[in-house]
Design a protein around this ligand. Sequence first.
Ligand code: ADP
Length: 505
Amino acid sequence: MKSLLKRLSLLIHSIRFRLALMFVVILGMVILLFSGFVYTRQKSDLRAAAVTRLNAKVQRLAAVLRYSESDFFEHTPLRIPSDPNNQDALLQESDVLAFLNTDEEVIQSWGPLEAKYIPTLAGEALAAENGDRKLTTRLFSARLQTAEERENYVFMLAPITFERRFAGYYLIGSPVDPDRQLPRLLVSLGIGIFLTLALALVGGFWLADRAMRPVQQITDTARTIGETDLSRRLNLNRRDELGELADTFDDMLARLQAAFERQRQFTADASHELRTPLTIVDLETSRALAAHRPAQEYERALGVIKSENQFMIRLVNNLLTLARMDAGQVILQKEVVDLSDVALEVVERLAPIALKEQVRLSTGELPELPVLGDRQYLAQMLSNLVENGIKYSSGENRSVAVETGTRDGKTGREAWARVTDNGQGIPPDHLPHLFDRFYQVDKARTQQDRDEEPANGQASGSGLGLSIVQWIARAHGGEVQVTSEVGRGTTFEVRLPLEGNGSTG
Ligand code: ADP
């Protein structure tokens, strides 16, 4: 019982039901209007026909009546032929005919209306004419209570004159709808309306059900998509609005899946990156603790541990930075800063490392370049690039050059900063992935670097630096690009919109 009620309430609240109901209500209103129109049309047609009939009777009455003054006033019963089987007879059974004298008293009457009611009827008709124009013919309607029921009649009240002298009236009436057409029409319309609406309800529900079926399909599929199973798609393959909805839904699922996959990959890569240094630290400590060793051995082990620790600190810092960037938690404190100034500051800060690595770190012309940005993040961006330059420059005369300048870009004047090294370059097929997280061109080489130079805090990487560079450049409305030639070197160029008119550049 309860489940039946629940299903009933679900049905009543369903869009299908409401659509069908709305359909029926609107259709019902239209049909009612239409039926009303048909009914009133029929009613006025019937009245017009009754008036025509009445006129014919009046004319025939004049021909049939051979009344003389004495006949009329001496109350001699007039013989009015009444034949119910003859349509052409002057009077039918339901017709009313009466003669009245000048005082509106009934002299003779025929038909279903009792004589005592006739003066009232005639008096009302005459009163409506202000009682003055006694000699005009009047046409009026009235509802009569005949033996069976109340019926609408049309009447004609006309004066009788003898030798130009006003002698009285005659009243003739005929039912508007003698064949009872209107009640039959009403019944037919009622049955028709009921059947049409019932059919419309069923048909409307069926149509709405059909139209809403894909929604059910979407709901069902959406229900089966678990948290980790984002590979399912609706694949509705329809060209209508619901198809569009399903496609949008599928696109969203695809984006979610990609994001989910990236997240998963990111976590896996991060764990993987952390596993190596942790294993090294574990090995070194185990080895040092296994037996008594000379002091240099402990120093070396501590050196390795420190280096791995620094790597992990950098990695975790980078991961945190990226996570905050992803979460939109990084709020840039933008102000007008001179990009060249920032570049100079970065070069000065990294000069000792370059010296230690025997890399010639030089600057080109550094014109004033006002850009709107967060000084700290812009410095981090350039310093990642310069650090990479130092790291990946090679050969006898290792060198890294930092230059800045302006140019006309797509959206007006742009400031650019370039970091060029003379390293071994990057093969073209790696370039599209360079800014991906954890992407390293030569994983083995970078790993080896770290092992070989345990004390060098700058030597090792984990492939996050360029992702951060790209994020900072984009967050400032700019872009970073790379050009590289294998064996000759690599150039990274950052472009940022120039603040003001840029004439200083
Ligand atoms: P990493 O911490 O490994 O340097 P990055 O995101 O900064 O990570 O760089 C990604 C990869 O791009 C590096 O592993 C390296 O292979 C390559 N790369 C970056 N800068 C240079 C460069 N100046 N010359 C050659 N290769 C580079």
